[in-house]
Design a protein around this ligand. Structure first.
Ligand SMILES: Cc1cc2nc3c(=O)[nH]c(=O)nc-3n(C[C@H](O)[C@H](O)[C@H](O)COP(=O)(O)OP(=O)(O)OC[C@H]3O[C@@H](n4cnc5c(N)ncnc54)[C@H](O)[C@@H]3O)c2cc1C
Length: 569
């Protein structure tokens, strides 16, 4: 059957060409595997390219007292101890080598006067730890990884969306997708697959995320039988643009605060003194986001419902050098000169701490041959991610996923692609052309409102139940969306497919959020405002049984004594 379609065969198929996917590809190639990389957009345009502030790694170039132990402790404390400690330890220990490697491959970082990689302060990090290139770190990272990967000979399939994972018994055997330009189907056969598709921000109305962040990888893995973990933990970054409306949500990097930016309310009060007098603007993101939201809700917000963030006390040339993207962003989009006056900022949906449950050493999911890394995977960040810990996560666990996937492929026999699974996948994709239901854009707008209003920064039982009810209705409508026109580059058709992923992941988020009856990290329950001892020891696990989404709890792994000493000692 699959002979009917364009078919490609690899040992390892990597879905996603952001930092995690590219790092995995480089590693798998190094292990002798034939590697294919598929991405929805053009190579080099993945979300990673938007990363601004930097990569967290305890290199101790600026603050010499820093070491992996402090980074490990900061990450665990920031994640409110729900992190997979094994991942957090590996991450803290391996990040410096991964950054050095990036430098050897050609990345040009900002430098100290003695020529080392310069590091800046960020929220929740005890020391200056973020290796950066002005506020364009992601661009340098993706450029370097892309150059390296292309030079080594990765096979890249751009503007191609994967819509289904295929299985041979329990194992993965490939994936079905379509070319965004022509709408033609394509089958990938592979012994191992790495999901590196990033997060799910497009399910919320106010978000820093681009159109690509529709939770595809998490939903694909869930459909294929993998478990999702801790989906309630969605990070709302404290500082997105709030004005004008067309740019609402676009990120204002934490580097502004890292470089000395000050937050004030409409009365000119430096309100972080009331929320975290010790760390002030460099408190963790969950705390700062709630502080800004609360100021606005209680009538002390700016004209457009945010807070003022001011860096204009620093010399103009310094601001332009350290924050060039922010300078241009505000000049061009809001007609504000940030060297002269404050920016208006407010919380924006930014990052998914939850995701595919993976093994710490190998990044393998609960499905044999299916691996996940980067934002699509769960574990490292627990209940709240520290800024800069994502880019280092991509390098550390992208590398591990690539290596383990290649080994898995090298050690396993041939896999078969099941024609029936392909046929079902194509039928489902074509259904909207025959349907007479809603327009996908309308369903998406309603999903964004639902998630923003009921599964947002502050939550309670009533809202979450309302949200779950709405998601159920939207699911029914999404199954019958109607699209006009042909399969030739048809964004409405693409969105109709993306809706399926967004709704699966949104339901997982709302279900997990309703279950966790406590407040922890990014999950803030007005009706359960405190930590709960029982929930401190449990992860939420989402899985599929037939057509049903199930939720169960998994005990948090006990930390060994030496690590406890680092964290609590
Ligand atoms: C504006 C902004 C600034 C940030 N700044 C920082 C920072 O300074 N430091 C930091 O540590 N973190 C930062 N982050 C977070 C960090 O950038 C992301 O978490 C990280 O880049 C995710 O990388 P990834 O490799 O997991 O996914 P991505 O880089 O998003 O790549 C996902 C890839 O998957 C592909 N894809 C998705 N679905 C499909 C599908 N169905 N089929 C085929 N391909 C698919 C996409 O096309 C893309 O190639 C920032 C995030 C944003 C939005």
């Amino acid at each position: 059957m699959h002979e009917k379609f364009e078919t490609h065969e690899h040992d390892v198929l990597i879905i996603g060409a952001g930092g995690a996917g590219l790092r995995a590809a480089i590693e798998a190639l190094g292990h002798g595997a034939r590697v294919g990389v598929v991405c929805k957009s053009l190579l080099g345009k993945a979300h990673t390219v938007m990363a601004e502030g930097g990569i967290a790694a305890a290199m101790a170039n600026v603050d010499t007292a820093d070491d992996w132990r402090t980074h490990f402790r900061d990450t665990m404390r920031g994640g409110k101890f729900l992190n997979n400690w094994h991942m957090a330890r590996i991450h803290a220990q391996e990040s410096p080598d991964r950054v050095r490697e990036l430098e050897q491959w050609g990345a040009l970082f900002d430098r100290t006067s003695s020529g080392d990689i310069l590091q800046r302060a960020f929220g929740g990090h005890t020391y200056k730890r973020l290796c950066h290139v002005g506020d364009r770190t992601g661009l340098e990272m993706i450029r370097t990884l892309q150059d390296r990967g292309v030079h080594l000979g990765i096979d890249v399939f751009m503007e191609c969306a994967i819509t289904k994972l295929l299985k041979d018994g329990d194992r993965v055997s490939g994936a079905l997708g379509y070319w965004r330009e022509t709408g033609r189907f394509v089958v990938f056969k592979a012994k191992a697959i790495v999901v590196a598709t990033g997060g799910i921000g497009k399910a919320w109305r106010i978000t820093s995320n681009s159109w690509e962040y529709t939770g595809d990888g998490m939903a694909l893995a869930y459909d294929a039988g993998a478990e999702l973990m801790d989906m309630e933990f969605v990070q709302f970054h404290p500082t997105g643009m709030v004005w004008p409306p067309g740019v609402q949500g676009i990120l204002v990097t934490e580097a502004v605060r890292g470089e000395g930016g000050i937050l004030r309310n409409k009365d000119g009060e430096r309100f972080m003194e009331r929320y975290d007098p010790e760390k002030m603007e460099l408190s963790t993101r969950d705390v700062v986001a709630r502080a800004i939201y609360t100021e606005a809700r209680e009538g002390r917000g700016t004209e457009h419902g945010g807070a003022y963030l001011d860096i204009s006390h620093k010399p103009a040339e310094y601001v332009k050098k350290k924050l060039p993207s922010m300078y241009h962003q505000f000049r061009e989009l809001a007609d504000v000169d940030i060297t002269q006056g404050p920016m208006e900022v407010g919380p924006t949906c930014h990052y998914m701490m939850g995701g595919i449950r993976v093994d710490a050493e190998t990044a393998q999911s609960t499905v044999p041959g299916l691996f996940a890394a980067g934002e699509a995977a769960a574990g490292l960040h627990g209940a709240n991610r520290l800024g800069g810990n994502s880019l280092s996560d991509l390098l550390v666990f992208g590398r591990r996923a690539g290596s383990a996937a290649a080994e898995h492929a090298n050690g396993s026999g041939p896999v078969e692609v099941d024609a029936q699974q392909v046929l079902e996948g194509t039928r489902e994709l074509l259904a909207p052309f025959e349907s007479d239901g809603d327009n996908p854009y309308q369903v998406h707008r309603e999903l964004e409102e639902t998630m923003q209003n009921y599964v947002g920064i502050f939550r309670n039982e009533e809202d979450l139940q309302k949200g779950l009810g709405e998601i159920e209705h939207l699911n029914e409508r999404a199954a019958r969306v109607r699209v006009e026109g042909s399969r030739l580059f048809n964004p409405g058709w693409h969105l109709g497919r993306d809706l399926k992923s967004m709704l699966t992941v949104s339901k997982a988020v709302a279900l997990s959020a309703a279950a966790r009856k406590e407040s922890r990290g990014a999950h803030s329950r007005i009706d359960h405002p405190n930590y709960d001892e029982t929930w401190a020891k449990q992860h939420n696990i989402i899985a599929r049984e037939g057509d049903q989404m199930t939720l169960k709890q998994l005990p948090v792994m006990e930390m060994p004594a030496d690590l406890k000493e680092i964290v609590y000692g």
